[in-house]
Design a binder for this molecule. Structure first.
Ligand code: PEP
Length: 246
């Protein structure tokens, strides 16, 4: 039985004060117990957020990390640093990192392996651009990403996959629940090829792309969708709480 995971990707938003205010709103609200809730703040808010959530079931993740343990990588943060803070998940290969920071599938593959080596759970983001969907190559695009990003990965049960069509991220355009479920089902079939059917059946596949309170229920009810990766709407306490309580 796959328990749904609803994650808030705050991106480069919220200073410490704003982060704690948002966390307090979550802590003082009734949240759907059938869902695991995950918050992914900026690096600077990780420690205070983890501290604030220490007696709560809300989980904390990072939005990125380097694949090396330590060394001369100015400005980077290592998996062991995140682990020592109490971080549980790390978003890996978000389309904004692929697009703006030149992250290739090779780098993403190293990051996934480094996460698993340090007992962190990677949320691997995959998804096609609008041009790729219009050209009818969305499935082969996502398949190629999964195969390259998971090359040599053996611990399939520790990963989460987020299907995030790039054309739906931060645009207000959402994939229809049918499109999202169809791709999630396809992703599960690819995961069965990479791992085994049993493992693929137990991997969480989230949908991400303009999820909001008004469309969360329909998306979450799809048979192959096991939660959501929420950007913009996770910054608004009431909206995010409604998504969790869909
Ligand atoms: C994201 O950043 O992963 C995302 C899905 O953003 P948004 O919900 O704003 O589209």
């Amino acid at each position: 039985m796959r328990k749904k995971l609803i994650a808030g990707n705050w991106k480069m938003n919220n200073d410490v004060e704003e982060s704690l205010k948002l966390i307090k709103s979550l802590l003082t609200s009734e949240l759907n117990e059938d869902v695991d809730v995950l918050i992914c703040p900026a690096f600077t808010s990780l420690y205070p957020v983890i501290h604030e959530l220490k007696n709560s079931s809300i989980k904390v993740g990072a939005q990125n990390m380097h694949f090396e343990d330590k060394g001369a990588f100015t400005g980077e943060v290592s998996p062991s640093m995140l682990k020592s803070l109490g971080v549980e998940y790390v978003i890996i290969g978000h389309s904004e990192r692929r697009q703006h920071f030149g992250e290739t599938d090779k780098i993403i593959n190293k990051k996934i392996k480094a996460c698993l080596k340090h007992g962190l759970k990677p949320i691997l983001c995959v998804g096609e651009s609008l041009e790729q969907r219009e050209a009818g190559i969305e499935k082969e695009t996502v398949r190629a990403q999964l195969i390259k990003d998971l090359d040599g990965v053996t611990d399939g049960l520790k990963i989460v996959v987020a299907y995030e069509p790039i054309w739906a991220i931060g645009t207000g355009k959402t994939a229809t629940s049918h499109q999202a479920n169809e791709m999630s089902s396809y992703i599960r079939a690819v995961l069965a090829d990479i791992f085994t059917v049993d493992i693929a059946d137990n991997i969480l596949i989230q949908y991400g792309g303009s999820v909001k309170a008004s469309n969360a229920k329909e998306i979450m009810e799809q048979s192959h969708i096991d939660g959501a990766l929420v950007g913009g709407a996770s910054l608004i306490a009431d909206e995010f709480i409604k998504i969790i309580n869909y």
